[in-house]
Design a protein around this ligand. Structure first.
Ligand SMILES: Cc1cc2nc3c(=O)[nH]c(=O)nc-3n(C[C@H](O)[C@H](O)[C@H](O)COP(=O)(O)O)c2cc1C
Length: 197
């Protein structure tokens, strides 16, 4: 049993947190990226498959490899961000299932067969982990700018060639510059997005 978080924590995670389009010139060090993963890894996934794979694109060399894949509207802000996370998913995630789900001896067999049969669980659970990454970053006082406006095939070629890992979406990471934030868009009211049966 846990108590609800304080209102300030809920604000930081949800109510006042914003998607960032510009970042302050304040670096994010590697220890923060490790701290971020150390939170993200605990988020739940089916059979603890944890298929997400993360590349923290930080160096000028790696940013230059990412750049040709970006949509024009995402280019400048991504090059300027302290870090850009490639959130990928491993379609051969099941190879690690004996380690990750040890109390079920044959769990790997649930996912064996053609790679394309693992796409849905890899994408579903990897996407969840990408969401956990956004919230974990906010919990650590960082800001994010997620993006799907890029060429996935180019990113896969540049970063995941010869593997079963595919890119899902990107997340710029740093300390947001409030001047780059768009006006807050509305959200659907409960009755349009949900019902209780
Ligand atoms: C998966 C995903 C993909 C997105 N793709 C882009 C993108 O390519 N370019 C962009 O400028 N914003 C992108 N966004 C930002 C969304 O438009 C933004 O998060 C949303 O409007 C909510 O903004 P808010 O957090 O400030 O309320 C993306 C967000 C998500 C979660």
């Amino acid at each position: 049993m846990s108590e609800p978080l304080a209102a300030a924590a809920l604000d930081q995670l949800f109510r006042t947190a914003r998607t960032q389009n510009a970042f302050l010139e304040r670096p994010v060090d590697d220890a923060q990226l490790h701290a971020l993963y150390e939170l993200v890894k605990w988020g739940p996934t089916a059979a603890n498959t944890t298929p997400a794979r993360f590349v923290f694109v930080k160096s000028a060399e790696a940013k230059a490899r990412l750049a040709p894949a970006l949509d024009a509207g995402n280019l400048a802000k991504t090059l300027a961000a302290p870090v850009t996370v490639i959130v990928g998913f491993d379609e051969d995630f099941h190879e690690k299932t004996p380690f990750l789900f040890p109390h079920v001896a044959d769990a790997k067999s649930w996912f064996e067969g053609p790679r394309e049969n693992r796409h849905v669980p890899a994408f579903r659970n990897g996407s969840l982990q990408g969401g956990y990454l956004i919230l974990a970053a906010r919990a650590l006082g960082l800001d994010t700018g997620p993006m799907s406006g890029f060429d996935n095939a180019k990113v896969d070629q540049a970063f995941f060639s010869g593997t079963a890992i595919k890119s899902n979406f990107l997340v710029n990471l740093g300390y947001g510059d409030p001047s780059g934030v768009f006006p807050r868009s509305p959200r659907l009211p409960f009755d349009e997005a949900a019902r209780i049966e």
